[in-house]
Design a protein around this ligand. Structure first.
Ligand code: 13P
Ligand code: SF4
Length: 305
């Protein structure tokens, strides 16, 4: 009861500060339920990037991880972009540095560099085109067939895109520790418990897990599939935060996480208290130096086109 009153009070304070700052709150589907519920928009990486590019608000509060807030700052340089927890990063994005990418590019002159949005602004600035898991297949298909492709940083997403398009890609060796750790044995055990459930997984999972799935897609694709499917039980192979949105949108269907280890500590770092604090002190702000921003914008805009 005390807890509920405190939460309600926090929510009211955030609403008040949001009006005062003329802010919009964007949240990824992996955020904690209370963050998703207070957000103005909840979406996948692509939807949130589009929202950040088109919003009329003066301040964007990005409830997600660093690269997402950075993309918002690249797409909307005249806005203040806040990230409630300055330490919320993406370990996969850190698996490629601009120096290492420049060195690799020297060994593949003429290759098109396709970069997953889960990357730093400096890495985007060294790239030709960005993609998210929602549009990776389209982006690869748009590249002339005779052109070599360097895909960074997620090897699993690279493998998935290669299978879907029939294209040969040179993939960076990065991976998401949350998705990559899911094993075929985990899927088998979950299926034994819920034999009628459809298995829906994210393409950041490893190829052996992907091969066992009924459907593979970005977070927005998983939500769409669950809504449209006649099935009533689903096993979910992506970060557990998405279960809140799945259950909210489909109250009569049942969703089970394949394994509890599907939890991203960076995504779960945002709390209502941190959200209130960042709107109070207008910190931490995420900015990108103009020269890097300009080059990173090219690859992000090419993707959004
Ligand atoms: P999507 O929401 O684009 O599917 O991304 C998943 C992810 O891991 C973001 O960090
Ligand atoms: Fe990065 Fe994986 Fe967390 Fe997404 S779920 S933010 S890819 S570590």
């Amino acid at each position: 009861m005390l807890h509920n009153t405190k939460t309600q009070q926090l929510r009211a304070e955030i609403e008040h500060l949001k009006q005062k700052r003329q802010a919009v709150i964007l949240a990824h589907y992996y955020q904690l339920p209370e963050i998703q519920d207070i957000a103005d928009y909840v979406g996948d990486s692509l939807e949130l990037a589009r929202k950040a590019a088109s919003t009329e608000a003066k301040v964007i509060v990005f409830c997600g991880v660093h690269f997402m807030a950075e993309s918002a700052a690249i797409l909307s340089p005249d806005k203040i972009v806040l990230l409630p927890d300055a330490g919320a990063g993406c370990p996969m994005a850190d698996m490629v540095t601009p120096e290492a990418l420049r060195a690799k590019k020297r060994t593949m002159p003429g290759a098109v560099v396709v970069t997953y949005v889960n990357s730093s602004a400096e890495v985007k600035a060294e790239s030709d085109i960005c993609c998210t898991s929602a549009n990776v297949v389209k982006v690869i298909q748009a590249i002339p067939p005779d052109q070599e492709i360097l895909f960074i940083p997620d090897r699993n997403l690279g493998d998935y895109a290669a299978t879907q398009t029939g294209r040969k890609l040179v993939s960076w060796a990065g991976y998401c520790y949350v998705h990559d750790q899911l094993s075929p044995a985990d899927v088998r055990q979950a299926k034994a418990r819920y034999p009628k459930a459809k298995v829906l997984v994210h393409p950041e999972c490893n190829p052996a897990v992907i091969a066992m799935a009924d459907y593979v897609s970005s977070t927005s694709g998983i939500l769409r599939f669950a809504k449209e499917s006649v099935a009533t039980e689903f096993l979910i192979g992506t970060e557990g935060g998405i279960l809140h949105q799945l259950s909210k949108q489909n109250p009569t269907k049942k969703f089970y996480i394949i394994h509890e280890k599907l939890a991203c500590k960076d995504m779960q770092a945002t709390t209502l208290l941190k959200l209130k604090e960042c709107l109070t002190i207008m910190q931490p702000q995420i900015t990108v130096p103009p020269d890097i921003r300009k080059r990173a914008l090219n690859s992000l805009e090419r993707m959004l086109e």
